[in-house]
Design a protein around this ligand. Structure first.
Ligand code: GLA
Length: 380
């Protein structure tokens, strides 16, 4: 059964009727630009073919009901305030709340969710859920919410309702990405440019390797990184670290006494430049040449931002040793997935090399697949 069929079947079983429609939103891979989003910087994600599907229909009683093929218990709620719905249902209740908070009249609906976005792997399964529900509510309610405003509404659901202090990367990717393109996003102005990202034409592919590393202390570490960046910006007297260019970095580092702040700042400033350099190469059609930037990004996350773990580092090193042009962890860190830029015919060999390195270390086997840039959130 496809994910769409699963969502429809779940809707029928839960509510005994047909849905009014189906909406889908993808997970994402961030090609480069990690932790730059909440520093007003640059990111370059593309949408995964894996997505979350919401089968949605009107609610007969003015309340919201949600069930999921991935959860044992359904969730039901009326109008709520942040914190009232917890667990996975908070992502849905949060979107309803954020739309209402922005002044919209949100239609009461019944929802059934199905998804093949790997959960808890740094591929934005939560943003996919928020974005599918948000798009459905906007369409069914006939709400006039321009595309460029939608990611910030979903982000408010996550920041203020769920309580995760994340940036705007994931929701922007899930909502604004286009098939065959990488999304170059300025996280300060929300300006975008769709960058052609046709790997197959260049004989290349992106292999995504799920390290299957257990996530530990992720939320606290994420918040701590964010706080360090804000502290650095305050010391340097800038609105955000985006305002420090690479040519100004040596002077900025001199002004930051604290070694941790220096490292965090160096990552953000150099990472922003790597996004700009990657975009310039892709615009020029030099896809293979982005490899060293990806690998440099990983080294920066490992040594300066200190958000990688051994399984992730081993995946990057073994992919590179197997001939990848570049490799890096993608997403928030402390586990999750690695992406490797490889020749299209090297997928099996690269995956086998990483699996071999994992076996040698006694790590649980990684999962690997090729990622092709898919479409953003839409009615299907
Ligand atoms: C998580 C957050 C994003 C972003 C990335 C790191 O995915 O949700 O906002 O900060 O980490 O780039």
């Amino acid at each position: 059964m496809s994910i769409s069929e699963e969502a429809v079947a779940a809707f029928r079983t839960a509510y005994g009727t047909e849905p009014a429609g189906l909406w889908a939103a993808p997970g994402r891979v961030n090609l480069i630009g990690e932790h730059t989003d909440y520093n007003d910087g640059f990111v370059l994600p593309f949408a995964l073919p894996q997505r979350t599907v919401a089968a949605v229909g009107p609610s007969p009683d003015g309340t919201w009901s949600v069930c999921s093929t991935l959860a044992a218990e359904p969730v039901a709620f009326g109008t709520t305030e942040p914190g009232e719905v917890t667990g996975w249902g908070a992502y849905v209740a949060g979107v309803v709340w954020a739309l209402q908070d922005a002044g919209y009249t949100v239609p009461a609906v019944r929802i059934a969710i199905a998804s093949d976005v790997p959960f808890g792997s740094g591929l934005s399964s939560s943003a996919a859920l928020e974005s599918a529900v948000l798009t459905a509510l906007i369409d069914l309610g006939g709400l006039d919410v321009p595309l460029e405003r939608r990611p910030a509404i979903a982000q408010r659901a996550e920041n203020l309702y769920v309580g995760a202090p994340t940036g705007i990367l994931d929701q922007s990717a899930s909502i604004r990405c286009e098939a065959g393109k990488a999304l170059f996003l300025d996280c300060r102005s929300y300006a975008i440019e769709q960058i052609p990202f046709d790997l197959a034409a260049a004989g290349l592919a992106i292999l995504v390797i799920n390290s299957n590393a257990p996530h530990q202390h992720v939320d606290g570490e994420y918040g701590a990184r964010r706080k360090s960046c804000e502290e650095s910006a305050a010391v340097l007297g800038v609105t955000a670290l985006r305002d420090v260019g690479v040519d100004e970095l040596p002077a900025a580092l001199d002004r930051l006494g604290d070694e941790v702040l220096r490292k965090r700042t160096r990552h953000i400033v150099t990472e922003n430049q790597r996004v700009l350099d990657t975009v310039a190469l892709l615009r020029a059609g030099s896809v293979r040449e982005i490899g060293p930037l990806l690998t440099a990004s990983h080294a920066s996350m490992r040594d300066d931002f200190e958000i990688t773990v051994e399984r992730v580092d081993v995946a990057v090193e073994s992919a590179l040793a197997a001939g990848a042009y570049g490799a890096r962890m993608t997403g928030g860190g402390f586990g999750g997935c690695v992406l490797a830029l490889i020749d299209a015919d090297r997928a099996d060999a690269t995956a086998a090399a990483v699996a071999g390195a994992y076996a040698e270390k006694g790590f649980e086997a990684p999962t690997s697949w090729l990622a092709v840039a898919g479409p953003g959130a839409t009615r299907i």
